[in-house]
Design a protein around this ligand. Sequence first.
Ligand SMILES: NC(=O)C[C@H](N)C(=O)O
Length: 345
Amino acid sequence: MERIRAPKRITLISTGGTIASRWQGTGYAADAGGDTVLASAAVPDGVAVEVVDLFNVNSSRMTSERQLTLLRTVREVLADPAVDGIVVTHGTDTLEESAFLLDLHHDDPRPVVFTGAQKPLGAADGDGPGNMYDALQVAASVSDLGVLVVFDGRVHAARGTVKTQTLAANAFADPSAGPLGRLGFGRVDIRSAPQRPAPLPVPADGALIPRVDVVMHHSDADPALFEAALAAGAQGIVLVATGAGNATPEFVDAVSAAVRRGVLVAVSTRVQAGPLAEIYTGGGAVDLVAAGAVLSGTLRAGQTRIAVLAALLSDAAPAARPDLLRRLIAAPLPQDDAADADKAA
Ligand SMILES: NC(=O)C[C@H](N)C(=O)O
């Protein structure tokens, strides 16, 4: 006799984005609820979906407050042991930030899978229904991979993934690494597991949200906007440097003064792929690190800002925050690479 398996229970948390967008007369904006978005897609066999309508925003309007609400909602949903996984529908513009914030705090083997769309709800050639189907399938079938981004037939770790296409369907990639896996012909094929630091405790309800700004260097930049961020009350700043993490002696002085005032400073880069590296002096990464800044590894500006925010929201003492930030940024080496590094040493 064939055994009937209980369906996998997946909760869909709907936050808006293009996957929920409709024409507003002048342009598109998120306005459909999660039930409507779900109804636009096929649901994989053996999956039962419950919907939570959390927000309905274009994700360029996402805020830290909303992201923390999303984090707490995920916790509440996972408090039910009968839930097997979560799909979050989210606008693609800031999806990488929300997904990474959740990943830094995620301490559950059950997956949280972010997805969205590049084409609006109901588009004849839309990508939302396929992405939704794939995300539900991944949420129902993987574990111990942390927070994931499923888009255009690929499964990405939240960490390191950025939006790399403004309009094309293959909107996400980690330019410094490949995807974790792929989907196709009804199968989920996971090739590797992400390296993740120990998860952070969820910030207390009502915790004050620190201001964290992003300032970009360019061939004519001076630290005026960096100083303006400090004057606006920034407790953390991400300097988006050139190359492998280089700026000017003037920026080094500004970073040094900020760090002495207790501001957490990280350095990321405008370059698409590759790690930050201490190579150059004369205002380069060597001097920025000596001034107290933390290099962002292979994380780009948006996720570096999230790591700074998470370090500031944690219960770490101010003096311990740079070390914590280094830990959040530097995912441990995959086992094979670590063994190779040992052999080379
Ligand atoms: N493709 C998208 O989802 C873009 C949209 N503007 C957003 O909410 O992020």
